[in-house]
Design a protein. Structure first.
Length: 275
């Protein structure tokens, strides 16, 4: 399943949908996670832990050799998997699940999932970004329609349009949790913190958009233009859009939850730092 970039507010909306009474059962959800690749997308949340110290003005090395053990423990795959199932069991309607699963179960769908899983778990983000940007430059030189297809994919899979707010929410929850745990001394209250983070909102939005284009160019480089277009059309289906709204909201909620847990766990390791 494509990289997930939605907002936590979407989750709140989904939790109140009347259709939630028709949510899928747990066994079908487990199959759904595998066939769509969402299980690997959840596992890749662990890689985001590398950014945690930088948010505090620190480096992972500041926490010693226990950092890897700590992040592996907090971002345990089974824990995140169970959290996703618990939420989806109450929110993902059966017809939405069936629609998405049927597409990803096709030959094209499974090849897409394989490519996306490999991209999710590639730890060298700098190399992936550099490679993606080079591919984009080549496509621009050729005036290739593929870039338009990738942009359509990104627009369809970000139909909630809340990526920036979601990232800010993760940061706020992590910093407040770190302050509460004594990991840092936060020299501002929550409203001021939110205002500070919102100051670079436009730059963050542009960065996300450009990253999504280069990321798509990298991830789908082995697919034909026709296949990328077919995927874009599949993502534009209203049911698939709703699935992505929910999937991305779930992933960001799990990320924020695990970052809060990480902040508490860092209390056992941390140096002190003023922010």
């Amino acid at each position: 399943m494509r990289a997930l970039r939605y907002g936590l507010t979407v989750l709140t909306l989904c939790l109140t949908l009347p259709g939630a009474v028709l949510a899928a059962d747990r066994a079908k959800l487990q199959d759904f996670l595998e066939v769509t690749g969402f299980d690997v997308a959840l596992e890749s949340i662990r890689l985001s832990a590398s950014s945690a110290p930088q948010m505090l003005g620190l480096e992972a090395e500041d926490f010693g050799t226990e950092w890897t053990r700590l992040t592996t423990e907090v971002f345990a795959t089974d824990t995140m998997h169970d959290m996703a199932l618990d939420i989806l069991e109450e929110t993902l309607e059966d017809d939405m699940l069936t629609h998405a699963a049927e597409f990803y179960a096709t030959d094209l769908g499974q090849r897409l999932v394989e490519a996306e899983n490999a991209s999710h778990m590639k730890e060298d983000d700098a190399l992936k970004q550099e490679s993606g940007e080079a591919i984009v430059a080549g496509l621009e030189a050729l005036d290739s329609p593929r870039l338009d297809y990738i942009k359509r994919m990104n627009a369809a899979s970000d139909s909630a349009g809340t990526a920036v707010r979601a990232i800010q929410e993760v940061q706020v929850r992590f910093l407040l949790a770190a302050s509460g745990a004594g990991v840092i001394e936060l020299q501002m209250d929550e409203p001021d913190l939110r205002e500070l983070l919102s100051a670079d909102e436009e730059a963050l939005k542009e960065s996300i958009e450009q990253g999504a284009i280069s990321g798509g160019a990298y991830t789908y480089q082995a697919f034909s233009d026709d296949e990328v277009l077919e995927y874009a059309k599949a993502l534009e289906h209203p049911k698939m859009r709703r699935v992505y709204d929910l999937m991305n909201a779930v992933q960001y909620e799990i990320m924020a939850n695990r970052f809060e847990a990480l902040a508490s766990a860092m209390q056992r390791l941390q140096p002190s730092q003023e922010l």
